[in-house]
Structures are given as C-alpha cells and as structure tokens.
Design a protein around this ligand. Structure first.
Ligand code: UDP
Length: 247
C-alpha cells in the first residue's frame, strides 16, 4: 500500500509482496523502478525537486532504513503495526534469485572496477543461469552517463543494478529509464562492496536490534557527517508533524 511520510511516498508491502511484484514484472515485462528509502533520502527529497521526482516516479519504494519504520510508527501507529524494513541488499538478493530461475539478462552499473569484477565473477558461479550482459564501473565522468545508458540499453537487460550511491543512482535511473521500458531498475547503494567481501554487513543481532545504520557509521566513519546532516532533521520533522497531527 502506498503511504506518505513527511509528504514523501512509501510502499508498506511485506518482503513477500515486494518480491511478488518483482516476479510479476519479470514475467510480464514492464518498467519497474525500485527505490530503497532511508531518512537521508527523505530529507534530500525535501531539498531537491529533481531528487524528489526521482523518488515519486518510482513504481516501488520500500523502507530500507530503520528510521522510516520509526517515522511511520510515530505518525500513523494504527496502520504501521506489522510494517518491517526491507533492506535493499536483501531485496536485491531475492531479485537475483528470481532472475537466475528465469535465466534473465542482468547489467550492473557502479562500484569500483576491482569490486565490480569480483562480484561479477562470484555471481557467475552463484547464479549460473543469469547472463551478465554488461558491467560498468561507477567511477566515470558524468558526461559519460549518456553513453553508458545507451550501451547498457543496447544489451536489453531485464534487470539493472545501479550502484552509484544515493542520490546519484536514483537520478540516473530516473533520467534514463525511458531507454529501459521493460526492465527492472534498482539502486543498490553499497551492496557490491558487501557482496565482494570488501565491506562487512552488520551481524544479524545488530540488524535485529535496529542498529545496522550505527554499525555502518562506526565501520565507515565517513558516513557520520551524512547521517548527522539528515537524521536529526528527520527526527525533528517527524516529531513536529506528530505534534501537529494531534492538535
Ligand atoms: N559509487 C560509484 N560511483 C560514484 C560514487 C559511488 O560507483 O561516483 C559507488 C561506491 O563505490 C559504492 C556505492 O557507490 O559501492 C555507494 O555506497 P554507499 O554505501 O555510500 O551507498 P549509499 O548509502 O549512498 O546508498
């Protein structure tokens, strides 16, 4: 079900429902843009109309961040009881499983060259039925984005994993999606770094304690300034909206 959080859209499907939507899109090819939303993206959307429309135009927007679930529960507790996080990395793994079962064509755009190469090698073993039709590293001039999009589209991928980090990946997807009218496109952030083994995902007990975001800040201190720019603003805005709702 599509809902709103701070006037931003969010779909509160279960993981099973989200996977079903993806499965339907593979079987009945159509454009499916997937955004994995976190509080930082909500704040960026409020600041940047271009990013806002990249989110708004997406067919599926899942709550990746714990903060989103917290915000939904603050603002609409009645309809948020069973709503759970859908981490982008996990959803992407389910999508790859389906792509493998259906022997689909997959392209990857983003990540460092050596990281991408590692992941493609690993995935060729793990998902033997997938045809990896294109893999482009994400460290290229923005002027080359057009060329990359055209090149990827010439390979007719059914699925494109875009790993440029937010907001670049959502903007890229939104800008070039008309070249991919029958593809599934998902922004996967730093998933390649985890899949390659270069970065560690938080252990399960930390995820269960809703602290994966903190684990990422501690293990990647560069994230601290990003989090500090957006998280306090997000918390303040949610609590303010909650107060206004009550009045
Ligand atoms: N990246 C890229 N090109 C860029 C900037 C980043 O390919 O110009 C990659 C980077 O190597 C990393 C991912 O994008 O794999 C961003 O990871 P992060 O965990 O920061 O994702 P976010 O939290 O921004 O979604």
């Amino acid at each position: 079900m599509r809902r709103q959080i701070l006037n931003q859209p969010i779909d509160t499907f279960t993981l099973e429902q989200a996977v079903q939507l993806v499965s339907d899109a593979f079987n009945n090819p159509k454009l499916l843009r997937i955004v994995t939303l976190n509080p930082e993206m909500i704040i960026n959307g409020l600041i940047s109309p271009e990013f806002q429309s990249a989110i708004n135009n997406s067919e599926l927007i899942v709550p990746d961040g714990t903060g989103i679930i917290w915000g939904l529960k603050q603002l609409d507790p009645e309809h948020s009881k069973g709503v759970k996080r859908i981490p982008g990395i996990e959803l992407s793994e389910y999508i790859l499983e389906i792509a493998n079962k259906l022997s689909r064509r997959v392209a990857i755009f983003g990540g460092k060259k050596e990281v991408l190469e590692k992941v493609v090698l690993k995935f060729q073993n793990k998902y033997p039925n997938i045809q990896f039709v294109k893999a482009f590293n994400g460290y290229i001039d923005k002027e080359k984005y057009d060329e990359v999009a055209k090149d990827i589209s010439s390979k007719n991928p059914d699925l494109i994993l875009v790993a440029l980090g937010t907001p670049k990946q959502e903007l890229w997807i939104n800008k070039y999606c008309s070249l991919f009218p029958t593809s599934i496109m998902i922004g996967i952030g730093g998933s390649l770094d985890v899949w390659s083994g270069n970065k560690m995902r938080a252990p399960e007990w930390i995820r269960n304690a809703h602290l994966e975001w903190l684990f990422r800040v501690i293990t990647q201190p560069k994230r601290l300034s990003r989090v500090m720019k957006s998280l306090p603003v997000f918390v303040y805005m949610v609590l303010k909206a909650k107060k206004n709702n009550k009045e």
